[in-house]
Write a protein that binds this ligand. Structure first.
Ligand SMILES: Nc1ncnc2c1ncn2[C@@H]1O[C@H](COP(=O)(O)OP(=O)(O)OP(=O)(O)O)[C@@H](O)[C@H]1O
Ligand SMILES: O=c1[nH]cnc2c1ncn2[C@@H]1O[C@H](CO)[C@@H](O)[C@H]1O
Length: 434
């Protein structure tokens, strides 16, 4: 486990330190002590540069993800090939990206559940998917299917905005029997997306996801849900609110999804509303940066040393230096909030906004898993006086998430090609001055 940012703080324990006291902890075993599990619809992203007219002609919706029928997919694909518009082909899928990015950041194990072709052809989509996934992502639990994985046509316009057209193949054929109970039981988090319910009648993916949620609840593993697209939410916001209240601990969304879910345009107020259902909210807001909202233990709250921010909730970041805790672990729950503007004001030129939100979630998962790792290694540390959810304060997690989003905006693929530079590992204040 690589920690999320080197800390000057006394609590960080350097892995290479030769201090004899620290040597008492047993050596790292091959098998990781902490990991995250995610379920995804296995998809390869086929990226092409198109104009907005192309998007309209195929009945798609700018900036969103829609499922298309096979004949439409074929016509669309043929036009892309004929006009020579395809620029890149990557492994994709919102949770696949998040697991990969987590593994790259933490240099540690994530487990991906989903389907994979039984017969893999060199150079084919399935082959590309496997080649473009981190070797730290455990693919041993994928379920074989006879047929193709899904294709996600990722259509980028001149402003770098992306629209998805999904040709599903066999991506929704994951069965409940393929969900490994013990892998979920030992995980730091189970990560799902709202896309998983977007299936045809009778497809097993929703049932497989519910099976995973049941296991997670049985072992008190936090369930993380990323919203994916506002259309899935807008179909039935009431149903999603109930789903969140009944099953989800951590919610990740962007401001459009937040508005569809809560009916509230202001991302801070929408995140605050969502705290009625979940323990922690990450709400990205494109060029506005991102917000987080969570609970802390009132007795252990910490005042920020940064300027108090105006907003729909006055001075909302007052306790952003506090760590997050799940509501049911609190004696006296207190709501805390934080916001951060885009790192360095955003890249000079955005290559592609695809996956910036997935990147932010991977950073949050890294912080949560590092906390669990630290608790397992140093259970009597003063850092674990309470049963915290995050290793870092809400403020620090915001910075880290934002930094990772920046990295994704700066490259083509939604999957990080490498971890953050070592020199930048410190997320101390000075680092944030341009
Ligand atoms: N135009 C921009 N300028 C500066 N930063 C940006 C811009 N767009 C996104 N970001 C950064 O990326 C983060 C995530 O962006 P965004 O809200 O677009 O995610 P998203 O819509 O969930 O993305 P995806 O669904 O593709 O993963 C933001 O919090 C911000 O830090
Ligand atoms: O329906 C879907 N299911 C799963 N993943 C999807 C779907 N639509 C788009 N993406 C994925 O979202 C990533 C960026 O956040 C893209 O890599 C794309 O593959």
């Amino acid at each position: 486990m690589k920690f999320p940012g080197k800390r000057k703080s006394k609590h960080y324990f350097p892995v290479s330190n030769r201090d004899p006291l620290l040597q008492q902890s047993p050596p790292e075993s091959e098998q990781s002590a902490s990991w995250v599990v995610g379920i995804d619809q296995t998809l390869v992203d086929i990226e092409a540069r198109v104009d907005d007219d192309f998007v309209r002609r195929y009945g798609l919706s700018l900036g969103h993800s829609l499922v298309i029928e096979d004949d439409v997919a074929e016509a669309l694909y043929q036009e892309l090939v004929r006009e020579n518009l395809i620029t890149h082909q990557f492994a994709g899928g919102t949770i696949g990206n998040t697991m990969h990015n987590y593994s790259v950041l933490a240099d540690d194990r994530s487990v991906l559940l989903g389907v994979m072709c039984n017969n893999i052809e060199i150079g084919g989509y399935a082959y590309r998917y496997l080649c473009n996934t981190s070797s730290r992502t455990d693919l041993n639990y994928l379920q074989g299917v006879d047929g193709a994985i899904g294709r996600c046509f990722t259509l980028i316009n001149e402003h770098g905005e992306r629209t998805f057209a999904i040709s599903p193949g066999q991506m929704n054929q994951l069965h409940a029997e393929s969900i490994p109970e013990s892998t979920i039981a030992g995980a730091s988090a189970l990560v799902l997306s709202a896309y998983l319910v977007r299936c045809k009648e009778g497809e097993p993916m929703p049932e497989a996801s519910m099976q995973a949620i049941d296991y997670a609840k049985r072992y008190d593993v936090p369930v993380v849900l990323t919203m994916g697209t506002k259309f899935v939410v807008a179909d039935d916001p009431q149903r999603w609110q109930t789903f969140l209240r009944d099953h989800v601990s951590i919610l990740a969304m962007n401001e459009e999804e937040a508005a569809a879910l809560t009916g509230i345009e202001d991302p801070l107020l929408a995140a605050d509303r969502a705290l009625e259902w979940v323990d922690l909210v990450l709400c990205t807001a494109g060029p506005q940066g991102l917000y987080m909202a969570a609970y802390t233990e009132d007795e252990a709250k910490r005042q920020t040393r940064q300027p108090l921010l105006p907003g729909a909730i006055a001075e909302f970041n007052q306790y952003e230096f506090s760590r997050a805790i799940r509501r049911h672990e609190c004696q006296q729950p207190l709501r805390i909030y934080s916001h951060i503007a885009p790192y360095m004001g955003g890249p000079e030129k955005i290559m592609n906004t695809n996956g910036a939100g997935d990147g932010a979630l991977a950073a949050l998962l890294h912080d949560i898993t590092a906390n669990r790792y630290h608790r397992a290694k140093v259970p009597n540390s003063s850092k674990h006086g309470y049963h915290w959810l995050t290793y870092s304060s809400l403020s620090q997690v915001c910075k880290y998430a934002n930094r990772v989003s920046y990295q994704v905006l700066n490259q083509h693929s939604p999957r990080l090609s490498r971890g953050l530079p070592e020199r930048e590992d410190s997320l101390e204040e000075a680092y944030w001055d341009r």
